[in-house]
Design a protein around this ligand. Structure first.
Ligand code: HEM
Length: 210
């Protein structure tokens, strides 16, 4: 695709990356491949796993699904809450570049820090009853599922939007009483996690067949 686009640029992201120039410097083929591959992985594995995880937690809380069905305007809060309660990205990594003290702990330069964002999302000092799944939480502090700071997820907005659209669409399509019909084991949480498979069934709210 890179070779093709070099001959005829379009309005897509790859063409924009080829056009991009910084002080006369342009991305070479290897850099373009690395960026395109990285974006593909970062943008697809994450969202499909998170959509499954979000649907699962809604299946396990039928009262919350019903509430969402009655109040589709809660969609954004529902997305936030499913991602706080059941995130598929459970941590992020930082390298300490200079000695730093935080909360009485010294982190010497060169230390690799694995930040447990899963635990942070359930911190009782931050969230009221953190283990409770509640799509009506108001003024909840920002979740850490998309990381934070300069490396904050580039796709946080499209990621959330896709997730929201999926749940909205399922709701609009008339999925009533969704429930899991078998085990939904999760992948290890060290990298990208989420259900390996998620067997579900639901009742059609438009007509009788399921
Ligand atoms: C639900 C979906 C997603 C989740 C849970 C997620 C999660 C994350 C996390 C935890 C990070 C690390 C942030 C940090 O270290 O502070 C990250 C970075 C990143 N994400 Fe996502 N992501 C999602 C969707 C996407 C999508 C759709 C794209 C692309 C369109 C994307 C592109 C990226 C990129 C490029 C980075 C690296 C940013 C940097 O290092 O500056 N992500 N994401």
């Amino acid at each position: 695709m890179v070779a093709q686009r070099r001959h005829s640029l379009t309005d897509d992201l790859l063409s924009d990356l080829i056009r991009a120039e910084d002080d006369g410097d342009r991305l070479d083929a290897a850099e373009l491949r690395m960026l395109a591959g990285g974006l593909l992985l970062a943008g697809t594995d994450t969202t499909r796993n998170q959509v499954a995880a979000s649907v699962q937690v809604l299946c396990e809380h039928p009262d919350q699904w019903e509430l969402f069905n009655q109040h589709p305007e809660l969609a954004m809060r529902a997305v936030e809450e499913t991602m706080r309660h059941s995130p598929i990205a459970c941590g992020t990594v930082r390298l300490v570049v200079e000695d730093v003290e935080l909360d009485g702990y010294i982190f010497p330069a060169g230390t690799m820090v694995l930040v447990n964002t899963l635990a942070a999302n359930r911190d009782p000092a931050v969230y009221d009853e953190p283990d409770r799944f509640d799509i009506t939480r108001e003024w909840a502090p920002a979740i850490l599922t998309f990381g934070g700071g300069v490396h904050y997820c580039l796709g946080a907005k499209p990621g959330e939007a896709r997730d929201r659209r999926s749940t909205e669409m399922s709701s609009a399509a008339g999925c009533g009483n969704p429930r899991t019909t078998g085990p939904a084991p999760w992948k290890p949480i060290v990298s990208l996690s989420g259900p390996k498979s998620l067997p579900i069934e639901f009742d059609s709210q438009r007509s009788s067949p399921t």
